[in-house]
Design a protein around this ligand. Structure first.
Ligand code: SF4
Length: 255
């Protein structure tokens, strides 16, 4: 299978533009590469760049059943804007069933478990059929994300021989660059961003933070939690965001 080719481990995409990085993924993986988005700014840019370049990646989003109405409405607006269908990944239990089986308002008592059930598990199932996961992660978003590589190799949780490539084409973009692009291209975005929300997740776990500071500071207030787990449940094996150390390694495929 092509995604297991050893030369990919040292592929260096850092000098390429975001569009070129996406084009590389399309040539390497085709529709086995998929864009995952929660409709934050960088995800919108990645999808727009891909669509503009004719790269027909599948697009998916996590519908936890606890999203803001504005987020749900935005999905429909974006589908019309880009002329695409955005696949919804849903948890095994709807919110009512989770309450019956585990207890009410799990996010207040055990947000890690809640995120695992409502986000991580549906994503893990979807990624089983993908070779490359394209994200909107940016280094500038938080200290936890500062080490994000443009291309990373990950091991899927619980599968020692199952590798997944993670492409973060906007890893080195600033927040200002993202929003300039969105405005210039008139891409629909979540109106909550204009009301002080920087990072938008489930309604019950997100609050506005105003200008400046850590972009993810408004998530899970009162807990030491800064990540929902979707970007930490895979094990990063080796960063592809670096120069090859051994000159005999073959060149990456042409862009
Ligand atoms: S963000 Fe909150 S409500 Fe949403 S899955 Fe995580 S803990 Fe549950």
């Amino acid at each position: 299978m092509r995604f297991l080719d050893p030369y990919l481990a040292d592929t260096d995409l850092t000098a390429l533009s975001a569009t070129e990085r996406l084009r590389w993924a399309w040539e390497a993986f085709g529709d086995k590469a998929a864009i995952g988005t929660s409709f934050q700014g960088a995800g919108l840019v990645a999808i727009h760049l891909a669509r503009s370049a004719g790269l027909d990646f599948p697009i998916f989003t996590l519908d936890t059943g606890l999203l803001f109405p504005e987020t749900v409405a935005l999905k429909a607006r974006l589908e019309t804007f880009w002329g695409v269908r955005i696949e919804e990944l849903e948890p095994a239990l709807d919110v009512e069933a989770q309450e019956r089986h585990i207890g009410p308002e799990l996010w207040k008592n055990d947000p890690d478990l809640c995120c695992t059930l409502r986000k991580v598990e549906p994503l893990r199932l979807r990624l089983k059929s993908a070779d490359c996961w394209i994200t909107g992660l940016r280094r500038e978003q938080s200290s936890v994300r500062a080490g994000t590589g443009v291309l990373e190799k990950h091991q899927l949780n619980g599968a020692a021989d199952r590798f997944l490539w993670k492409l973060n084409p906007l890893a080195d973009w600033t927040r200002d660059a993202v929003w300039q692009f969105i405005r210039e291209n008139q891409i629909p975005y979540n109106p909550l961003h204009d009301r002080g929300y920087h990072s938008i997740g489930c309604a019950v776990c997100t609050r506005p933070t105003g200008a400046g500071g850590d972009e993810r500071a408004g998530r899970w207030t009162g807990f030491k939690k800064t990540e929902c787990g979707i970007h930490t449940f895979t094990k990063k094996v080796e960063s592809g965001d670096r120069k090859p150390e051994t000159p005999e390694i073959p060149e990456p495929p042409s862009i």
